[in-house]
Design a protein around this ligand. Structure first.
Ligand SMILES: [Zn+2]
Length: 156
């Protein structure tokens, strides 16, 4: 993704989408990632008259690093922001999945030393499918949470 731009985001740009929880390539934390639009604006008596040079950025909610988005990757992320659940739902699911994994991982790692990933994901689905009908999101989120736990490249 190249080097991030770091500048006081949030205040200048406008949040236009939410991507979900993923690893920030800059600070290495697993955090909420957002889409921000930034445009040059010409104002006359505080009224925006002209907007140009519109750019879309992927922004980390923790360290404020931002990546300008172009081409295919841009289309992909716009698509993702349209299909992924909102931040509140994602946070709730992330916490629930995390609780199930924290409680069961040691047991499953001993029981299935070869591959504990699939049984762990299945355990998350079995534990949460009664309250959360979105199985696809439970699966996706538990894989992401496991990725975080097993990630050797920890935050600085
Ligand atoms: Zn970050």
């Amino acid at each position: 993704m190249g080097l991030p731009v770091l500048f006081g985001w949030g205040k200048k740009g406008k949040q236009v989408g939410y991507i979900g929880i993923d690893k920030c390539p800059n600070c290495k934390h697993y955090v909420h990632l957002y889409l921000y639009e930034y445009a040059s604006v010409f104002r006359l008596y505080f009224i925006p008259i002209l907007k140009w040079n519109k750019k879309l950025y992927l922004v980390c909610s923790k360290c404020d690093a931002a990546w300008e988005l172009n081409g295919e990757f841009k289309e992909e992320l716009i698509e993702e922001s349209l299909t992924s659940p909102p931040m509140e739902t994602t946070t709730l699911l992330w916490n629930k999945v995390g609780k199930v994994i924290d409680e069961n991982l040691d047991i499953l790692m001993k029981k299935y030393p070869e591959d504990f990933i699939s049984p762990m994901v299945e355990t998350c689905i079995a534990n949460l499918c009664d309250e959360i009908s979105d199985i696809v999101s439970i699966r996706k989120m538990s894989l992401k949470y496991l990725e975080m736990i097993l990630d050797e490249d920890k935050p600085r």
